[in-house]
Design a binder for this molecule. Structure first.
Ligand SMILES: NC(=O)c1ccc[n+]([C@@H]2O[C@H](COP(=O)([O-])OP(=O)(O)OC[C@H]3O[C@@H](n4cnc5c(N)ncnc54)[C@H](O)[C@@H]3O)[C@@H](O)[C@H]2O)c1
Length: 443
């Protein structure tokens, strides 16, 4: 044990990825490039960020990775599932995110060794993909049992001490929680009955939790966002988190909106549109998958701006989000935002943001941090929803009845304070009055 009862990160950590497409292969290749000393882990808090401890005058600012016991990059082992049988080398080439000569060929030997296991896949839930590398089973429970066996086999073959699963597969069609999601008993009956309300991502989550493997959801799917699976996670003492990686446009939204609100600047409209041409874009071209994404993207502003508390500033915001599939752009998305704001005496102003971003380049370090922090949470005995990891998600999951915290800066403080708490350090409140106490003149 170290710190406040956190078990040390000994041995290998298996990182299992349902979905070995653009995000997953960019993540795997990047970790290997860092391990070989040809790249830096840019965008990753677990690798690059420091954390202040104690008073500003104490001068204690260790790296997060030196402060909390995290798995080292050299101890990570990668595996995954995909209905498309390409190995990580072929999939990375197909994704077109990384430069073939500079970053894929030098890692080819390593990437070719990572082959996806047959997936639990059903194209009623992801309509734009057809795959041949797919499991067959008598029921959804049977498919889940096969995934459990995969997890055990992987652990044994690779000599892993612990495992973690991060969903990097396509966005499934929009599903709302129904009766079968409300209790574990009904959920397991539905697994036996092949109920259509059980999507493949839920079967992966069920299998992971049953095997004691923490599960993070990088897509906006329902997956672990309902009572039955949350009860299971609590029962099995397993950490879960989600949902939908907060990478490009939503990251910008959760940076800008808190700034406007902090200054009590009004907002009348926010129009966001994106063009992207990768496989994710093709999947999101299906209106049912887009609906899942849209729901995830729309909640952000309302929660940050709190229109009920500020009806004069935010009571009438027109918020619209569009995603357009445009193949020539590949993974290099372009996101435009137009904000109609107003200031003193109601005078209108506008802000335009044109973000030429690379989706998977922004998402890869999120996958790394989630894998390492979810493993930390598990070793610290934290089970169920890990709200302190909201920082990484567009649609953070919370305890029932709590509104989600979307403000990136509050999320960041929450994450760091959770790490301080885990290690028995004082919380940092930024009050700072003590620095001035000695300078008060006493007459
Ligand atoms: N890139 C980002 O910035 C970002 C941000 C937020 C969320 N996401 C989400 O992350 C996910 C991955 O994005 P991507 O760009 O890598 O997409 P991608 O299309 O390149 O990869 C997804 C892979 O998942 C596979 N897949 C689909 N259903 C599966 C199943 N049931 N089991 C196993 N594999 C399955 C597909 O065959 C595909 O290879 C998407 O859901 C996307 O919406 C990405």
């Amino acid at each position: 044990m170290s710190g406040n009862g956190v078990k040390p990160a000994q041995g290998k950590l298996g990182v299992l990825l349902p979905g070995m497409g653009a995000v997953a292969t960019t993540f795997i290749a990047g970790v290997e490039a860092v391990r070989r000393g040809i790249s830096e882990p840019i965008g990753s808090l677990t690798q690059l960020a420091h954390i202040r401890l104690g008073k500003r005058t104490d001068d204690r600012n260790p790296f997060i990775r030196d402060f909390v016991p995290l798995s080292g990059l050299e101890d990570l082992v990668f595996g995954g599932w995909d209905p498309i049988p390409d190995n990580a080398y072929e999939s990375a080439l197909n994704a077109g995110v990384l430069n073939k000569y500079e970053h894929i060929e030098p890692l080819a030997d390593f990437l070719k060794g990572i082959k996806p296991m047959p997936a639990v896949f059903d194209n009623r839930y992801v309509t734009r993909i057809d795959g041949t590398n797919v499991k067959t089973g008598s029921t959804k429970r049977d498919l889940g049992e096969q995934l459990r066996q995969d997890i055990r086999d992987f652990k044994e073959q690779h000599g892993c001490d612990r495992m973690v699963m991060v969903w990097c597969a396509s966005t499934e069609i929009f599903l709302q929680p129904s009766d079968v999601h409300m209790s574990l008993e009904k959920f397991e009956q539905a697994l036996d009955a092949d109920d259509p309300a059980i999507a493949p991502s839920m079967i992966y989550a069920w299998a992971a939790i049953m095997e004691g493997v923490p599960f993070a959801n990088g897509a906006p799917n329902l997956t672990v966002d309902f009572p039955a699976i949350q009860d299971l996670a609590k029962r099995e003492g397993v950490a879960i988190s989600g949902k939908d990686f907060k990478s490009g446009q939503t990251m910008m939204k959760t940076i800008l909106a808190p700034g406007l609100k902090a200054r009590m600047i009004g907002l009348s409209g926010w129009f966001s549109t994106n063009i992207l041409g990768n496989r994710d874009g093709a999947v999101l071209d299906d209106p049912d998958s887009f609906k899942t994404k849209e729901e995830s993207k729309l909640g952000v502003i309302e929660h940050i701006l709190q229109p009920k508390l500020h009806p004069e500033l935010y009571g009438n915001v027109y918020h619209k989000v569009r995603i357009e599939y445009y193949p020539p752009r590949g993974d290099n998305k372009e996101g435009w935002d137009n904000l109609d704001i107003f200031g003193w005496m109601g005078y209108p102003m506008q802000i335009k943001v044109d973000f030429l971003c690379r989706d998977s380049i922004l998402a890869a370090p999120i996958v790394l941090d989630l894998a390492l922090f979810m493993d930390l949470a598990q070793r610290a005995g934290m089970s169920g929803i890990q709200e302190w990891l909201s920082f990484y998600f567009k649609s953070p999951m919370t305890a029932p009845g709590l509104y989600p915290e979307h403000d990136l800066f509050i999320q960041h403080m929450k994450l760091k304070n959770t790490l301080r708490h885990l290690m028995g350090e004082d919380q940092i409140t930024h009050l700072g009055l003590e620095y001035y106490e000695d300078t008060v003149e006493v007459s």
